[in-house]
Design a protein around this ligand. Sequence first.
Ligand code: HEC
Length: 224
Amino acid sequence: MKKILFPSLALAMSLTLTACNSNNDTNEVSQQSPSEYDRELVKFPENYKEGVLYTTVNRGSMRGEIYTSREVIEAVQDGQQVPSGAVITYEIYNDDELSEIFVMEKRTGWGDQNPPDTPQNGDWLYQEFNGDRSLDYEEDIGRCFSCHANRERDDYMQTFDEMQSFDLEDVTGSKDRNTESRLAGISTEGWEINAIGDNHEMIDDEKKGEMIQNTLLAFYLHQD
Ligand code: HEC
């Protein structure tokens, strides 16, 4: 089967770029009507370490540790809706130093609280904190929504599969996602790069789509 890389990659790139551009727009908008989007709605989850470290991510000098509550993992494993009040916390270490803490939180009624010009992600909102737990006001939160929106079928959770397969008896959370080798291991075999013609065939292989998303995230996490 022929697969055309460019259209989807271009689409993903333009999503990222659109989100970048909307940073300035958002600032302008928020100066006119500051109450439109409450940037402080998602607070720092003080007790996240009491939850479950269910997966880790390794990409070169970057390491990620992802925590959530037992209830969230149980809901996923039981095929239930993730409950309101769910919080997922993603610690990002660069060269062993905690540099960012990404948080997503779901609450009934938050669905219409997303920033302007971003896709709604169910009842989830996103937040970024610096390594010292202070809120990172410089981050364009719209980007979180744009990228996670691709996982609508998994209730916007990128690590849905890891939650599903996590052994709740295994308190060490040692299952390694090892995205580094997955990225390095992208095989171009069987791929063809074509100009976009009449036949706008998109990537039909979920795994490859996921890898491209991972690559974009890797760029995103390593940018200054
Ligand atoms: C380019 C795509 C992309 C962007 C932008 C992005 N994420 Fe993610 N996010 C991912 C991927 C992929 C994962 C799975 C873990 C990994 O591979 O690093 C993830 C995982 C997460 C998780 C762990 C729960 C889950 O969904 O698996 C949280 C929390 C999270 N991201 C929050 C954020 C926040 C907050 C932002 C914005 C500051 C953000 N993300 C921006 C792609 C993205």
